[in-house]
Write a protein that binds this ligand. Structure first.
Ligand SMILES: N[C@@H](CCC(=O)N[C@@H](CS)C(=O)NCC(=O)O)C(=O)O
Length: 234
């Protein structure tokens, strides 16, 4: 049966929900048959059946999951014969830490660098809502949040140091020789930026840049082949 995955629809078909990218990468890794259903940020009606106000929302037969982490845990439990996302309970525990670190550090490092660009990447019908909710969160205008980003991108470089160090030690992915859910979580942040902003986040000589390229190459370029800003060296 085809799994349904609700995600966000942006301007010119940009799929800009980073949490949905986590779920989509997990589904592709699992080899699952799934259909991505794009909806507007302001369309809460379509996902009301799930008691959700945010995406991703996943429907697999009678099972409904409304959080990216829960989707990953469900997929590994429900489809144990497909390639693993966590590699067992120790991996799940460690990935949970990566998930929190990503939400609290990587997301926070990238968000202010692209905040105003994301407004343009949002669907025109969602822009008022997006600006209002984001400016309430940041307590500043999106223009003010993004201003001076060239001087602040160093914060992202520093934030990524644990990943960079591991890659320099010779592992190709955060999960080791092959990718797992921890890679999808961190990658989702860079994919969000790639889909919404032309701003250069990574230098081409950064090992994190090469890792991001490997992530984009997975599954015949599944993540590469999406509406985005493709600028070399970012
Ligand atoms: N913890 C949730 C977060 C989901 C989330 O915040 N999704 C955003 C899009 S990336 C959303 O739908 N926001 C709804 C809104 O701002 O109204 C998860 O991991 O799934």
């Amino acid at each position: 049966m085809t799994i349904k995955l609700y995600e966000l629809l942006g301007n010119e078909d940009r799929r800009y929900s980073q949490f949905s990218w986590r779920a989509k990468m997990a589904l592709v890794h699992k080899g699952a048959d799934f259909e991505a259903i794009p909806l507007l940020l302001t369309d809460k009606e379509t996902i009301a059946f799930a008691n959700a106000t945010s995406v991703p929302v996943m429907v697999d037969g009678g099972i409904v999951k409304t959080d990216s982490w829960d989707i990953a845990v469900y997929l590994d439990e429900a489809y144990p014969d497909a390639p693993s996302l966590f590699g067992g309970s120790i991996g799940e525990g460690v990935t949970r830490v990566i998930n929190s670190w990503c939400d609290r550090a990587v997301n926070i490092a990238i968000g202010p660098l692209i905040a105003r660009d994301v407004l343009d990447a949002a669907h025109p019908e969602d822009r008022d809502y997006f600006r209002e909710s984001m400016e309430k969160m940041y307590k500043r205008t999106l223009e003010q949040v993004q201003e001076g980003r060239e001087d602040r991108v160093i914060n992202l470089y520093r934030t990524m140091d644990p990943v960079r160090t591991a890659l320099r030690k010779g592992q190709s992915f955060i999960c080791g020789d092959g990718p797992g859910y921890a890679d999808f979580v961190v990658f989702s942040q860079f994919q969000w930026a790639r889909v919404t902003s032309p701003f250069q986040l990574l230098a081409a000589d950064d090992p994190v840049f090469d890792w991001r390229e490997r992530m984009l190459d997975l599954h015949d370029g599944f993540a590469r082949n999406t509406a985005c800003y493709e600028v070399s060296g970012r």
